[in-house]
Design a protein around this ligand. Structure first.
Ligand SMILES: Cc1ncc(COP(=O)(O)O)c(C=O)c1O
Length: 421
């Protein structure tokens, strides 16, 4: 029997000392085409999108997202949170409604629900790190209006269970696709399920517009309501197209600089994902028979963006140790729930939800008589979520990974996992 290699965490030689490529995806690709497109907007001195609707970059970006998702309508907005707020207004989520969201999503998902006057109801995630359909059903009350599957880190939710569940209980389904642009589930694009899909185009996403978001839907009514919510003057820009009675909106408009950057980045999406998926396939194949740790289940491996690999340990303590050991080997890995770091992607760190605080002096929407005043939020209310996240290790994957990076990850995981086994 060969002697196990001494781990780097114990003073041994690390698998690699070479830094991995940065964690950014689309932003790392920014080059001459982006500079040219954005500069052309500046040269034109037309940064407002509704000056020339037909030739607008924002209009083109919307068309790209219609093609990507197969939806009838797309609306470019200022960010992913703005996309969620506009979509909720579009489908009619408001005061008195409850919206079920997973305990593992960015705090913005909860914020968008609250901004609309509704309250979030937090459900468990399972080992796929996405909404646990069984727990969604447990959390339905007479006030439940919508569910929001969130495809975290490019990992598709179990839409085979969530879509029929929404239909069975007559609930609206709004997808949060902020982290999964270009993903699919069993051949259907993410963003094409339910009433509406919402994307984000900020720095940390697969492609970027600087800041930006997109709402997609098949319903003209949802589209027009979302459009009104995104711009209080929408009826004046496109009066002939608005079929919904006007109501006040906010300025969530995208500008042409963002539209131009977003369009060039959109053309890079397929290439980025082909490379991340190739790297992920290499990691999955290399770790197929691993002992001591396992890869987290993925609801639809073909539709996964391949931007991360998740390892699952038996216990949280093992995960903390393994993450440290992998880092020492030179691998970009970290435990998902490190109790020292208040990560706003985990529900127990959403202070304004846990403490039911609000920017409104009367405490709305929490204090609204239309809401269930007995509903409480506690940091331990979703124990399964905390357990799964505590046992999970996140390994970053980018389009810049070469075969050597894949090999180092496989080699390092095998090396440290054998110590666990
Ligand atoms: C899951 C999720 N939802 C919503 C958002 C909000 O997007 P934005 O930051 O563009 O408002 C983000 C990202 O920031 C996110 O990761």
């Amino acid at each position: 029997m060969t002697k196990p290699e001494k781990l780097a965490i114990h003073g041994g030689e690390p698998v690699t000392r070479e830094p991995f490529p940065t964690g950014f995806l689309g932003p790392d690709e920014i080059g001459e085409p982006e500079i040219e497109a954005v500069t052309s907007v500046l040269r034109s001195k037309k940064v407002f999108r509704f000056l020339d609707h037909e030739n607008s970059w924002c209009t083109r970006l919307e068309s790209n997202f219609r093609t990507l998702t197969g939806r009838e309508y797309a609306l470019a907005v200022g960010g992913g949170t703005a996309a969620l707020v506009s979509a909720f207004a579009g489908v009619g989520v408001g005061e008195g409604d409850e919206v079920i969201i997973p305990g593992y999503t960015y705090i913005a998902t909860a914020a968008a629900v609250l901004i609309c006057g509704a309250v979030p109801v937090i459900c468990e995630v399972d080992e796929s790190l996405t909404m646990d359909a069984a727990d969604v059903e447990n959390k339905i009350t007479p006030r439940t209006k919508a569910i929001v599957p969130v495809h975290m880190r490019g990992l598709p939710c179990d839409m085979d269970r969530l879509e029929p569940l929404a239909r069975k209980h007559n609930l609206l389904l709004v997808e949060d696709v902020a982290q999964a642009c270009g993903g699919s589930y069993k051949g259907r694009p993410l963003g094409s399920f339910g009433e509406a899909g919402c994307f984000s185009l900020q720095q940390y996403k697969v492609i970027t517009a600087g800041e930006g978001g997109i709402v997609v839907t098949d319903s003209p009514e949802v589209f027009h309501r979302a459009a009104l919510r995104h711009d209080s003057a929408m009826i004046y820009w496109q009066p002939q197209e608005t079929k919904v009675k006007a109501f006040p909106g906010t300025n969530f408009r995208m500008n042409e600089l963002e539209g131009a950057l977003g369009c060039v980045q959109f053309d890079r999406l397929e290439g980025i994902l082909a490379r991340t998926r190739k790297a992920k396939r290499g990691i999955v194949e290399g770790l197929a028979d691993i002992q001591g740790v396992r890869l987290a289940p993925v609801n639809c491996p073909e539709g996964d963006l391949g931007i991360c690999a998740i390892l699952l340990c038996e216990t949280g303590e093992q995960a903390q140790w393994l993450a440290g050991a992998l880092k020492a080997e030179g691998i970009p890995a970290g435990s998902i729930h490190d109790k020292q770091v208040p990560d706003r992607h985990i529900y127990c760190y959403w202070e304004y939800v846990m403490e039911k605080t609000s920017g409104d002096l009367h405490g709305r929407p929490w204090t609204s008589p239309l809401h269930d005043q007995t509903r409480q939020y506690t940091p331990d209310m979703c124990p399964q979520t905390l357990d799964v996240l505590g046992r999970s290790i996140h390994i970053e994957i980018t389009q810049r990974y070469e075969q050597k990076h894949v090999d180092w990850i496989v080699q390092a995981v095998r090396k440290v996992a054998s110590a666990l086994a």
